[in-house]
Design a protein around this ligand. Structure first.
Ligand code: NAD
Length: 274
């Protein structure tokens, strides 16, 4: 598995398994076991997914050393203060049955994020988190965060797929040395991106699926990517993207598919965040 070196020197496997909307039951355990067998070592959960417990159980029972695993969780928006952040982190860590977290993210730029970041910096300096980052932060949120931050976020995890390419934010993150991490990388089943004819033609040329072409496109853009599936064949397929390369012309053709078409909530929507 290719790794990316984050701005603090920590290495993250470039592709991981997302577990949003996976129930905290045997389905989750089976998915994680299938992913581990296929070579995944990076897992992306969040407090709000209500499945940290099962992720922790599956990983505790796995025959893989802790230092080979990369586990991310996220701080939910109900938390608004320094002290609450520390308590929420401890609770996540406990549910995950871990003694440190590889990466912890502020899930959305909701109230109090500068204070929440200060708590995360302290947890990071205490060695309880190896890398701290943000999610769904746009230019204005990053600018405000960086007025008080002492530690620069390692990643910004943002919605990204061929119909919503985040071109401007991608360039800004590059300039800030913050890695672009793509959520909803396959479009979350909310559009026809997986049957797009341009992608289908590229897929046929490489004897790959459209999903694999999309994931390869993310990887060649230098993004970290966390596709979700609970099906063994798709879990295996989604990590099988390191044995082919898209040509420059194919990358340009995919760039041409951008419609700036968001599939989920807008981080600028103050009403939703309040
Ligand atoms: P996704 O784009 O990964 O889409 C997942 C869906 O795509 C699956 O449910 C399945 O229907 C389909 N799929 C997966 N593999 C396929 C394949 N090989 N062929 C055909 N169809 C396939 O969407 P997602 O789960 O929302 O995003 C991935 C991860 O990103 C999440 O699981 C979560 O960890 C993270 N996420 C983060 C945020 C955030 O706010 N930070 C928001 C949403 C998701």
């Amino acid at each position: 598995m290719e790794t990316i070196t984050l701005n603090n020197g920590v290495k993250i496997p470039q592709l991981g398994l997302g577990v949003f909307k996976v129930a905290d039951d045997q389905t989750l355990i089976d998915s994680i076991n299938a992913a581990l067998a296929a070579g995944y070592r990076h897992f992306d959960t969040a407090k709000i997914y209500h499945n940290e417990d099962g992720v922790g159980t599956a990983l505790a029972n796995a025959d893989v050393k802790r230092e080979e695993l990369f586990v991310t969780s996220k701080l939910w928006d109900n938390v608004t203060t320094y002290d609450e952040t520390k308590r929420a982190f401890e609770a996540s860590l406990k549910r995950l049955k871990l003694d440190y977290l590889d990466m912890y993210l502020i899930h959305w730029p909701s109230a109090g994020y500068n204070e929440k970041w200060r708590a995360m910096e302290d947890l990071y300096h205490d060695g309880l988190i190896k890398a701290i980052g943000v999610s769904n932060f746009e230019a204005n949120h990053l600018e405000k965060l960086l007025t008080t931050a002492k530690v620069v976020p390692v990643v910004d995890q943002i919605e990204t797929h061929p119909y919503f390419q985040q071109t401007t934010l991608h360039a800004l993150l590059h300039d800030l040395d913050i890695r672009h991490e793509a959520w909803g990388p396959l479009g979350q089943g909310k559009s026809d991106v997986l049957t797009n004819p341009v992608l289908a033609e590229i897929a046929a040329a490489h004897h790959k699926s459209t999903a694999q072409v999309i994931l390869r496109w993310h990887i060649q853009r230098g993004e970290i990517v966390i596709p979700k599936s609970i099906h063994q064949n798709r879990i295996e397929q989604n990590i099988d993207v390191f044995d082919f390369k898209l040509t420059a012309a194919e990358m340009i053709a995919i760039a041409g598919l951008n419609k700036d078409q968001r599939g989920s909530s807008d981080p600028q929507d103050e009403t939703w965040l309040a």
